[in-house]
Design a protein around this ligand. Structure first.
Ligand code: SAM
Length: 329
């Protein structure tokens, strides 16, 4: 198992399939993009599947989420999903995506064995979408999300980040839209993971503000803490339920004590935390001939050293060198 020195057990693996993205969300990536990882440094499809197999069969991982960058840009995505779906024991398989182009592959992904999709959408207003992402793709995103639902990749959860002065007035509108379309909306507090290092604690939109804004329109009933488990989102029933809304308050109400995640970057580095400053390379040893047992042992060592918390509020906090897009959100 992947156990750390505080007794937390990681069973949820986030696999980044690429650091590239076709949107330029201002809180994530600069408009001109970034220096992408060289192709030869990126794990091949077979290498990804091998590491997922080791995680599932030797290290107790039960859930695998593919992310990026934008995972739909990975040519082998459907084949990777299909190979992971054939593993025994069969892990839960999900995808975090901006949904651009999802309309074309949602059916194939469902057929390959994908279970669920989380889509990212911060605004349903076309002008704001363009200002926030530097691309005119809102219609494409909406069609992609609808296609995921139609393909049975449910529940389709929507992640939204609110930014002050840009879309922080849109929380009730987003929730009304999500309820109307049968999506489960979760707001994520903006974290210091942007490539531009522009995050500012004093101007970020907090969970309390998001809730206050929602409460001006909806009644919210908190779900009991037991129902949350290791899920990052606190969840409320909307207008008595059964519909729900979630808030992932990574900054103002960190949930590190319940964290069950382990991460693999597109070039095969294990990260034990989004905010870790150290990583452990698996690609090098794998390409040098390491067997499954050695790779599993290296992965366990990497996880054992996980810090107690992300430390965003510590005076000495340093943002990780990698931006979110190169870690895998
Ligand atoms: N491209 C895919 C997508 O858009 O979902 C997957 C990768 S993206 C990095 C994953 C999630 O991270 C998205 O929901 C995005 O909004 C979120 N994200 C990116 N930068 C963030 C930040 N600085 N703070 C909070 N969430 C962030």
């Amino acid at each position: 198992m992947l156990v750390d020195r505080y007794g937390r057990v990681a069973t949820d693996l986030r696999v980044s399939l690429t650091d590239r993205c076709n949107l330029r969300c201002t809180y994530c990536m600069p408009e001109e993009g970034l220096a992408w990882l060289p192709r030869q440094d990126i794990l091949t499809d077979d290498e990804v599947v091998r590491l997922v197999r080791i995680a599932v069969q030797r290290l107790g991982v039960t859930e695998v989420r593919f992310t990026g960058g934008e995972p739909l840009l990975r040519r082998g995505l459907v084949d990777i999903v299909a190979a992971c779906a054939r593993l025994t024991p069969r892990p839960e398989l999900s995808l975090t995506t901006n949904a651009v182009g999802l309309v074309r592959v949602a059916g194939a992904l469902a057929e390959a064995g994908l279970d669920r999709v989380n889509g990212s959408l911060d605004t349903i207003r076309a002008d704001r979408f363009e200002a926030l992402t530097h691309r005119r793709r809102l219609d494409d995103v909406l069609a992609g999300l609808a296609a995921a639902r139609a393909a049975g990749l449910e529940p389709v959860k929507i992640n939204a980040v609110l930014m002050r002065g840009i879309n922080d007035d849109e929380a009730p509108e987003l929730l009304a839209w999500a309820l109307e379309h049968g999506y489960e909306l979760r707001f994520i507090e903006q974290m210091p993971l942007d490539a531009q290092h522009g995050w500012d604690r004093s101007t970020m939109v907090t969970a309390d503000e998001i809730l206050a804004s929602l409460l001006s329109v909806f009644s919210l009933t908190p779900l009991p803490d037991e129902a949350r488990g290791s899920a990052p989102a606190e969840t409320w029933l909307v207008n008595g339920g059964p519909e729900r809304v979630g808030v992932i308050a990574s900054v103002t109400r960190p949930f590190c004590g319940a964290c069950d995640r382990t991460r693999l970057t597109a070039e095969g580095e294990v990260r034990n935390c989004l905010f870790a400053r150290d990583e452990s390379d698996l690609r090098g040893p794998m390409r040098a001939g390491a067997d499954d047992e050695e790779l599993a042992r290296r992965w366990q060592t990497a996880m054992a050293g996980k810090a107690a918390g992300h430390g965003i509020d510590d005076p000495g906090f340093l943002q990780p060198a990698r931006p979110m897009s190169a870690i895998g959100g």
